[in-house]
Design a protein around this ligand. Structure first.
Ligand code: SF4
Length: 289
C-alpha cells in the first residue's frame, strides 16, 4: 500500500511528510502537491527542497481543464470567493480524485489537519475513508461518483491525520528537530503559504503582500486581465472586504484600493474577518492549508 502525503508547502503538511518518512520509511511515501499555479515562487522552491532532502518522489497534480488559478477565474468570469469556493474543487479536489482513480492500487492518504485550526476542523475524525461522502446518498453532486464507487470495490483509500492534536508550535518544533526549516514565508510574517494570496487572505497578510513586489504585481495583473478579457470587472477581493467608502465604485474594491486601505494608519485590520477561520472547508479536507 502506498502512502500519499498531501503536501502544500505549508508547515502542517511538511511535518506530516517528515513523520510519514520516519514512521513508514521513504520507499513507501510519495508527496502529492496540487499546483494551482498561484503559489509563491518561494513555496515552489521549498516544496522541491523538502522532498529532495527527504528523498521521496513528488507527484505534482494540475487541473486538466484550467492552466492555473487566473485562467480558471477568467474562464468562469469571476474570481472565487468564500461563498463560491470553486478554486478548491477545480484545482485541488478534482485533480486529486482523478489521480487516485488512475492508480491501480490502494492508498493511505495523510493530511496535515489540526483540530486547533478552527471549530469546524476540531469536528473532523482522525481517521476515515477518503471517499466517505460517496457512500452517503444524501450528499449530492459528487465528482465522478460512479467511477469512484467502482474503484472502491477493489481498492481502499484511507485518510490519516497524524498531527490532528498537535499545536502549531509542536509542528514547528518537529520540523526543526528533524533538521528542516519551515517555508521561509512564515519568517516573513505570513500565516498561510498556499495560494498567494488565498481568496480568504487576512488583511494583515494583504498588507505584507502589498510590500512584496513580485506578489503584489502578479495580483494587480490578474485583476487587470480579468477586466480586459471578460469585461465584467470581477475584483479579486469580495464586496465588503474593506469598508465601502474606500471603494471608488462603492462596492467592489480593486487590489490597489485594498492595498491602500490596509496600509492606512487607522485601518481596522482585524475587523471584517471570516468567522470560520481561513482553511478550506472542502469535502476533501487538507488540500488547502
Ligand atoms: S488556498 Fe484559498 S485560493 Fe487556494 S484553492 Fe484553497 S480556498 Fe482557493
Amino acid at each position: 500500500m502506498k502512502i500519499l502525503v498531501q503536501f502544500s508547502g505549508g508547515k502542517d503538511s511538511q511535518a506530516c511528510l517528515i513523520k510519514a518518512v520516519n514512521d513508514y520509511g521513504k520507499d513507501k511515501v510519495t508527496a502529492v502537491f496540487c499546483d494551482t499555479g498561484w503559489e509563491h515562487a518561494v513555496t515552489y522552491d521549498h516544496i522541491h527542497s523538502v522532498v529532495e532532502q527527504l528523498g521521496v518522489p513528488l507527484v505534482t497534480l494540475k487541473s486538466k481543464k484550467y492552466k492555473d488559478f487566473v485562467d480558471m477565474s477568467i474562464k468562469k468570469g469571476r474570481f472565487p470567493s468564500s461563498q463560491r469556493r470553486f478554486c478548491t474543487s477545480e484545482l485541488k479536489v478534482i485533480p486529486m480524485i482523478d489521480y487516485i482513480l488512475s492508480q491501480d492500487e490502494s492508498f493511505i492518504i495523510i493530511q496535515g489537519i489540526r483540530a486547533r485550526e478552527s471549530k469546524a476542523r476540531a469536528g473532523y475524525a482522525m481517521e476515515c475513508s477518503y471517499f466517505l461522502e460517496y457512500f452517503n446518498d444524501e450528499v449530492k453532486g459528487l465528482y465522478h461518483k460512479k467511477a469512484v464507487l467502482e474503484w472502491c470495490k477493489t481498492h481502499d483509500a484511507s485518510v490519516l491525520r497524524p498531527i490532528f492534536k498537535w499545536s502549531a508550535q509542536e509542528v514547528i518544533d518537529y520540523i526543526l528537530a528533524n533538521g528542516q526549516r519551515p517555508n521561509p514565508l512564515y519568517e516573513r510574517g505570513f500565516a498561510r503559504v498556499g495560494c498567494f494570496p488565498c481568496i480568504m487572505c487576512r488583511k494583515r497578510e494583504v498588507q505584507l503582500i502589498s510590500k512584496d513586489k513580485w506578489a503584489s504585481e502578479r495580483l494587480i495583473k490578474a485583476e487587470q486581465r480579468m477586466k480586459d478579457e471578460t469585461k465584467c470587472g470581477s475584483s479579486f477581493f469580495s464586496p465588503g472586504y474593506i469598508p465601502a467608502r474606500f471603494c471608488s465604485n462603492g462596492q467592489y474594491p480593486t487590489v490597489q484600493e485594498v492595498f491602500k486601505y490596509v496600509n492606512r494608519n487607522d485601518a481596522q485590520l482585524d475587523m471584517f474577518e471570516l468567522e470560520e477561520g481561513y482553511s478550506c472547508m472542502s469535502l476533501y479536507h487538507g488540500l488547502c492549508e
